[in-house]
Write a new protein. Sequence first.
Length: 322
Amino acid sequence: MSDAFVRVDGLHRSFDVSRPWLERTLSGRPRETLKAVDGVSFAIRRGETFAIVGESGSGKSTLARMVVGLLTPTAGDVVIDGVSMTGRADRSRRKELRRRIQMIFQDPFASLDPRWRAGPIIAEPIRAFGLADAREADRQAADLLRRVGLDPADARKYPHEFSGGQRQRIAIARALAPKAEFLVCDEPTSALDVSVQAQILNLMRDLQDALGLTYLLISHNLAVVRHMATTIGVMYLGRLVEVGPARTLFAEPRHPYTRMLLDAVPDLAMTGRRRMAVLGDAPNPIDPPAGCAFHPRCSLATDRCRAQAPALRDGVACHLVD
Ligand SMILES: Nc1ncnc2c1ncn2[C@@H]1O[C@H](COP(=O)(O)OP(=O)(O)O)[C@@H](O)[C@H]1O
Ligand code: SF4
Ligand SMILES: [Mg+2]
């Protein structure tokens, strides 16, 4: 895709989850590797919201951390605006990318330093990236507070003096402070009350419209994704099983897992389609099922599904969809 702003190319990430050496030696257990992300590729156009959905443990946060450069991939690459995040060349352009890409986490209390007041929290990246002197950074921080719906006077308060939703607003202001263009948001509203969630999502949309931001939005919640996404990627055990325009995916889900996820959302009116029961839990990623990893939970599974993993073709990875 030539007009891609962000290109994620065959990303893999494994973790060594072996027992300590002595215990392995005594028990005769082999080394164990967990494939958290197992060959994920997609592209995001500028100004788009690409959402990743999937159950807990499917590899969403691992993927997000690789996209922003907090975690090194085992294989694959992330290319943002033509700059490879893993390549050795382009050191200065990569540094510049770190300014343009920011991450928003689920728990703003953990991501904001409790000893700092809101103003300096927001002003810090402006100064750290050399974008302005202290005075100008403080002025911009006040502007940003207003922009995210807070009072410039809030600059003097500490994180614990704010509500959860207000803290997430501060985290967003801090992410925007270095004039970021691409925000990777990992479950940004999952820790908030439902009414507050909607306010934060609306703020994110308004900011996107005003500033032309590109989002990678990660959520286990399809209702959140439906409200926000242009394109959705459904993740299962480290792989994308379906990718497509949000509207199409909600109207005509093709992968059995996507259908199962949609059926599990109580407030989505799914007309004219037989509902599929949610079967069992996600399998252990240390010892994933052979063939299609979804087969133990799939009511349509055949012998072929148990033997051979389906590739992602035309936006879906399922032997029965052609
Ligand atoms: N640092 C790590 N060491 C070992 N295993 C990890 C590590 N980080 C994540 N995992 C494992 O990788 C899998 C995917 O985790 P994660 O990316 O956090 O999923 P999600 O965000 O979708 O819940 C999980 O099985 C998790 O236990
Ligand atoms: S490949 Fe087989 S087991 Fe996997 S989702 Fe499709 S039908 Fe189900
Ligand atoms: Mg996560």
